[in-house]
Design a protein around this ligand. Structure first.
Ligand code: MG
Length: 279
């Protein structure tokens, strides 16, 4: 058995035709809550699903073998370019006109060409001497939630699923989002500050790929659940270790390398489409 999720609450005539052509009478989509599902007696290949998705411009995913959405108790998500639409460190850098330098380092790290921990130290070093009011400016003026974020978090809470935010960014932002959205857990890097200015250093251990994965396991222990009961969401190379551990992983508008390795991907939908997996 295989379950295909079509992340849309409507299918027009053309889209229905395309799906029917691919799966015929065996695969009639059934509407469940806000999406459609197809149950097949065999597992279709991922490549065909991807082509189908690109043709009808709707996200289509195959549930991992043995996955049970009703067992999910925790969602762990990346922040920058996942829960929110910006890379915080790039925006802080923009404030002092070092954005091109910092962005280039961010991009290389996200493509997996540069070790995340080293790249973070380099970028934070470039922020030395910055007035900390710049952080508040980025939070209030630049930081935007990605589409569907609020609906996603409240929908998970309705299902008694906890939400953990984990970020290679900074606690200044994760803690404010935790408050604002009512998130259950958050972890990120702590920026060094002295006399109202950034010191250019990160305090304590750096939250990179390994620390994100460790956080997932730590929360599993705390909640007395297994990693199979977790959905992990991210867009960058430093999310992959954490994503590999979870029962289901979502590459959210992600880099190709991340899409290849995640069990599912969203390229058209907002974050609330992740609720389709636990419906
Ligand atoms: Mg990210």
């Amino acid at each position: 058995m295989a379950t295909i999720i079509i992340h849309s609450n409507t299918l027009n005539f053309e889209q229905s035709k395309v799906i029917e052509r691919a799966y015929g009478q065996n695969g009639k989509p059934t509407k469940i809550d806000n999406h459609f599902r197809i149950e097949l007696d065999h597992r279709p290949d991922q490549k065909t699903l991807k082509e189908l998705s690109e043709e009808i411009k709707i996200d289509i995913n195959l549930l991992p073998e043995g996955f049970d959405g009703k067992e999910i108790k925790l969602v762990i998500s990346d922040m920058d370019s996942t829960l929110i639409s910006i890379e915080c460190v790039d925006e802080i850098a923009d404030y002092i006109n070092v954005k091109p330098e910092v962005s280039a380092i961010t991009e290389a790290a996200m493509r997996g060409e540069l070790n995340f921990e080293d790249s973070l130290k380099k970028r934070v070093g470039l922020l030395k001497g910055l007035d900390t009011s710049a952080l508040q400016y980025v939070y209030s003026d630049r930081l935007k939630l990605n589409p569907g974020a609020e609906k996603w978090v409240s929908g998970l809470h309705e299902q008694n699923i906890k939400f953990a935010l984990v970020s290679g960014g900074f606690t200044f932002f994760t803690e404010r989002l935790k408050q604002e959205l009512g998130l259950d857990f958050a972890r990120a890097n702590v920026l060094g500050e002295s006399n109202g200015e950034l010191t250019g250093e990160v305090i304590g251990g750096i939250i990179g790929a390994q620390a994100k994965s460790d956080f997932l396991h730590e929360l599993c222990e705390k909640l007395n659940i297994t990693p199979n009961q977790v959905i992990a969401v991210g867009d960058g190379a430093n999310d992959l270790l954490m994503m590999k551990e979870a029962g289901l992983s979502v590459a959210y508008h992600a880099k190709p390398k991340v899409q290849e390795q995640a069990t599912t991907a969203l390229n058209y939908s907002g974050l609330d489409a992740i609720l389709d997996f636990t419906a």
